[in-house]
Design a protein around this ligand. Structure first.
Ligand code: VG1
Ligand code: CO
Length: 624
């Protein structure tokens, strides 16, 4: 099945232009293509989202060239109709090695005859902005985007670098593409490149660099097309008014990732919030030595400023008054989001469900009569399902990774199947988004929550106390029940032990029986266990081994669930993720901290799967 180069039949495309001025700067015109012999390098298998390795691995020899040549070959092969890769965006999240890798990529693309190479000014763009630019810039002319990021993984020497590819509709490359790419990396014998000079990424927008007779680099505006797509989703005029309200304030933590400049452009320049609303909005190659993952542990500054403890509950020692109404953070490439209110942390699974239930507040949905489809990744909580059922919205449960949402969102435009747009989807790992693009979108989530707050305060007079995030969340739980949720991550586990754990669960409880599990005095009983597999409802493609699900029964009669998965985004060893979820309909019990509410379930499941015995680990690295 070919997915590249299908005729674009998008109706909402805007003619965002990449060129405003054209200064032809000859950096190496007439440069002759060289074919350089190389040999396969093992381990270039993309994971959940692109290929991530230690930066030193990428720096070695022709690692970048081998990977990019293989990528170009697959893109060309998969076009099916001989329509070769012609227009490509290359952008990164600004992490260490960004610029050097980009220069190498430009040469390989030019060596392969790619005519138009679009580079954002300074080389930096968030992942959602790349997705928007592929879809909209110059009428959706780009056939793909090469994104240099390891997302939420730390950057700098000794840390991670990564590359992922987005296809013609702005969607992360499907498994079919990445599998073929991996195959190519195993058989590669040469790559094509040119000996051109470096391109100056700081040149003004619209500058063009002639790399060869047939290849040009154009410096593009990173913001325009993305901004247009957000303006289609939200009412910027009204948000600007709301931002002026005397008792409204917002705090956004860019974590020194690529999302910062976009937050500045959108929240400050467009919506009019003061610059003091931004923390760490300047991208840094090592993310200021931080871990650019917006969760309770790594976004600890913001969490504290929102009046929260590291467990995500209100800190009684903090006066709620001085706290911003809305707090948010992005990850390294700006596609994740953390949402908090005064003394309240909104779990990503709850955030998704609440956005669905409040679609009337978001013009992208409201002006088209509400969402026609919704989806969550399997390990995310069932909070979304409950709302979707109540509101009669078709919903889907997909494997982990944004690429699995792509077909659902493009069902009509790619396959002439059922139209599920407008579409809302998300993951427990702080990812939320809609069909305005084909990636999760950190800023979109911030504007969605600001829009929800704005609507909730429509009739609140200037100067009166505002309806807060906390009110919205607690009302939601009262209406639908609460899905207590948290995730334990065990990082740096020895790969064999991690596989042993999965095998133990699979052999004993999935293929064996839940009865083999000894009861104890906790009254938390294993009901059954399954392994998640997925058949894409749109194109029928299959994904297997997508996580082990253990279903429990609590003494209250409410269901509980624990999922085990191995991470596909790490660059060394294994990370075991354990996702805990427990439903509670009794409103009087909704006020507990999630990690506390889930403690008994955690203890029980760790015993059931003999966790410590098999992995040697007695505590998680991070609880989110
Ligand atoms: C993790 C998350 C997953 C997310 C992926 C990419 O994958 O669990 O939900 O889609 O990261 O997000 P894994 O395989 O490590 O669990 V990002 O913002 O790092 O591109
Ligand atoms: Co990311």
């Amino acid at each position: 099945m070919t997915r590249l180069h299908l005729p674009l039949i998008l109706t909402t495309l805007l003619q965002c232009s990449t060129t405003t001025t054209t200064t032809a700067l000859a950096a190496g015109a007439n440069t002759v293509t060289r074919e350089v012999p190389t040999s396969p390098i093992s381990g270039m298998k993309p994971g959940t989202s692109g290929l991530r390795k230690k930066v030193e691995v990428w720096q070695e020899g022709t690692y970048v060239e081998n990977f990019i040549q293989s990528l170009v070959d697959v893109a060309n092969d998969s076009s099916g109709d001989g329509d070769l890769l012609d227009t490509v965006i290359v952008a990164g999240d600004g992490r260490y090695y960004n610029d050097e890798a980009m220069q190498k990529i430009i040469r390989v693309l030019a060596g392969n005859g790619v005519s138009n190479i679009w580079i954002p000014r300074f080389g930096i763009m968030s992942t959602p902005a790349v997705s928007a630019a592929i879809r909209r810039c110059e009428g959706g002319k780009a056939q793909g985007g090469i994104v240099l990021t390891a997302s939420h993984n730390p950057g700098g020497p000794g840390e991670d670098f990564g590359i992922k590819y987005n296809e013609a509709l702005g969607q992360p490359a499907a498994e079919e593409f990445t599998d073929a790419l991996y195959e190519k990396t195993m058989t590669i014998s040469s790559f094509k490149t040119v000996d051109s000079e470096d391109v100056d990424f700081s040149a003004s927008v619209g500058s063009t660099f002639q790399i060869t007779d047939s290849s040009t680099v154009t410096i593009m505006d990173p913001f325009d097309c993305y901004l247009e797509s957000l303006k289609d989703c939200f009412d910027f005029d009204k948000l600007r008014q709301f931002a002026k309200r005397e008792n409204f304030s917002l705090l956004f933590d860019g974590m020194h990732g690529a999302g910062g400049p976009f937050a500045k452009r959108v929240l400050v320049n467009e919506i009019g919030l003061p610059e003091t609303s931004l923390l760490r909005a300047n991208p840094l190659p090592d993310f200021g030595k931080g871990h650019p993952d917006p969760n309770l542990t790594y976004a600890s500054d913001l969490v504290k400023k929102m009046g929260l403890t590291p467990e995500g509950v209100a800190d009684p020692a903090v006066d709620i008054e001085g706290i911003p109404n809305l707090g948010a953070a992005n990850d390294g490439d700006g596609d994740r989001n953390l949402i908090a209110g005064k003394g309240v942390f909104v779990t990503p699974s709850d955030s998704l469900a609440i956005i669905l239930d409040n679609w009337e507040a978001i013009p992208h949905f409201a002006k088209r009569g509400g969402p026609k489809g919704a989806a969550r990744s399997m390990p995310s909580s069932a909070a979304l399902d409950v709302v979707a059922k109540a509101r009669n919205i078709p919903f889907f449960v997909t494997p982990t990774g944004w690429k699995f949402f792509g077909n659902l969102m493009s069902s009509k435009e790619l396959f002439d199947n059922t139209d599920y747009t407008p579409f809302l989807c998300g993951e427990e790992s702080f990812g939320t988004g809609s069909d305005h693009i084909r990636e999760k979108d950190g800023l979109w989530a911030v504007l969605a929550w600001m829009s929800i707050l704005m609507k909730a305060n429509e009739n609140v007079k200037e100067g009166d106390p505002l309806v807060e995030v906390k009110d919205i969340v607690t009302n939601h739980w009262a209406k639908y029940g609460r899905h207590f949720y948290c995730r334990y991550d065990y990082e740096g586990v020895d790969s064999d032990s991690a596989n042993d754990l999965m095998d133990f669960i699979r052999n004993n409880y999935v293929e064996g029986s839940a009865d083999s599990c000894e009861a104890d005095d906790s009254s938390i009983n294993l009901v059954d266990a399954t392994e998640f597999g997925y058949t894409d409802p749109v194109d029928g493609s299959k994904a297997t081994n997508q996580g082990l699900i253990l279903n429990f029964n609590l003494s209250s009669g409410d269901p509980a669930r624990v999922v085990f998965r191995l991470s596909g985004t790490g660059s060394a060893g294994a990370t075991i993720r354990m996702y805990l979820e427990q439903y509670e309909k009794d409103q009087s019990k909704h006020d507990q901290a999630a990690p506390l509410a889930l403690k008994d379930l955690a203890n029980r499941v760790l015993k059931v799967v003999k966790f410590e015995q098999i992995t040697g680990r007695d505590a998680p690295t991070v609880i989110t």
